[in-house]
Design a protein around this ligand. Structure first.
Ligand code: A2P
Length: 269
């Protein structure tokens, strides 16, 4: 090797478990999504999360749990993130550009997986904010439509702009060459906002408790015989929805002990 090439090679910083950013899209001043290269050996189940991050100022990796938003058949990995101006990780992560490197520990885990639910007829995805991410993966997984007759995804955000990532993803499914025919007419999308006028306003918890959701969708309710659910949002949302689902007679499942619903906290901050 010539001395010139050696210098060039040495100039590229190599992080442990580095992956390269391939695209970034900002949705609002609080939300963005990005895609990175996928380690060739990485296998994951739709709905799982991995630890990702950047090198901190102290020279140690600064990592957080992020749901993989892309489906398992995708060549790249997609993530959907909040931007917190004084958040240790997201204050920096929000500035990544294509070509930059991030750290990605290739050990996927999580409970929002099909294996943690017993068979049912109707599957509910309840998301708030960036809690939509694991469902962005599951909605693009053929298995979701092979296992269930009906799939309902609810997404509650503060304002209409915050619904964009989820809405565009849902709208893209029907035309998707890989997944479109699996989806067919099985999927229903139920977006709501809490702080800006939109066709459906209110927290999903309120709309479930007063029966609005069921009236709007023309279904009788949620029952442990037919319904399965996955929940991903803030701690408060998760706690409130658990109580509602338990009230309908659903029990919480896990990988080791599948049941009728599963919950995972969306990454915040
Ligand atoms: P709200 O505007 O009434 O707080 P955030 O952006 O703060 O993560 O919130 C995302 C969405 O989740 C907001 O629309 C918020 O409604 C809603 N939300 C927050 N906490 C709960 C909860 N405990 N139950 C239902 N919805 C919630």
């Amino acid at each position: 090797q010539s001395p010139v090439t050696q210098t060039a090679a040495a100039a590229v910083p190599t992080l442990p478990d580095a992956q390269t950013v391939t695209s970034v899209r900002h949705y609002t001043d609080r939300l963005f999504a990005f895609r990175v290269t996928r380690p060739q050996s990485l296998r994951f189940r739709s709905g799982e999360f991995v630890m990702i991050g950047l090198m901190g100022d102290n020279g140690r990796p600064l990592l957080r749990a992020y749901s993989i938003a892309s489906p398992s058949w995708d060549d790249e990995l997609e993530f959907y993130s909040i931007k917190v101006q004084d958040g240790p990780l997201t204050s920096k992560l929000q500035h990544i550009q294509p070509g930059d490197q991030i750290i990605l520990r290739p050990k996927p885990v999580g409970t929002l997986v099909h294996d943690a639910l017993t068979p049912g007829k109707r599957l509910w995805f309840f998301a708030t904010g960036t809690g939509f991410a694991p469902f962005a993966s599951l909605l693009r997984d053929p298995e979701t439509y092979e296992r269930y007759d009906d799939v309902i995804v609810t997404h509650t955000c503060r304002d209409v702009a915050e619904l964009t990532y989820g809405r565009e993803l849902v709208e893209s499914l029907a035309e998707d060459p890989l997944i479109g025919e699996f989806v067919g007419d099985k999927l229903r999308y139920y977006p709501t906002t809490t702080r800006e006028e939109s066709p459906k306003m209110g927290r999903i918890t309120t709309l479930l408790k007063d029966g609005t959701v069921f009236k709007d969708l023309g279904i009788d309710g949620i029952s442990p015989e037919t319904d399965r659910a996955m929940v991903c949002g803030s701690m408060a949302l998760n706690t409130d929805l658990k109580e509602i689902l338990e009230g309908f007679g659903l029990r919480e499942g896990a990988n080791s002990d599948p049941a009728e619903y599963v919950v995972e906290k969306a990454f915040v901050g």
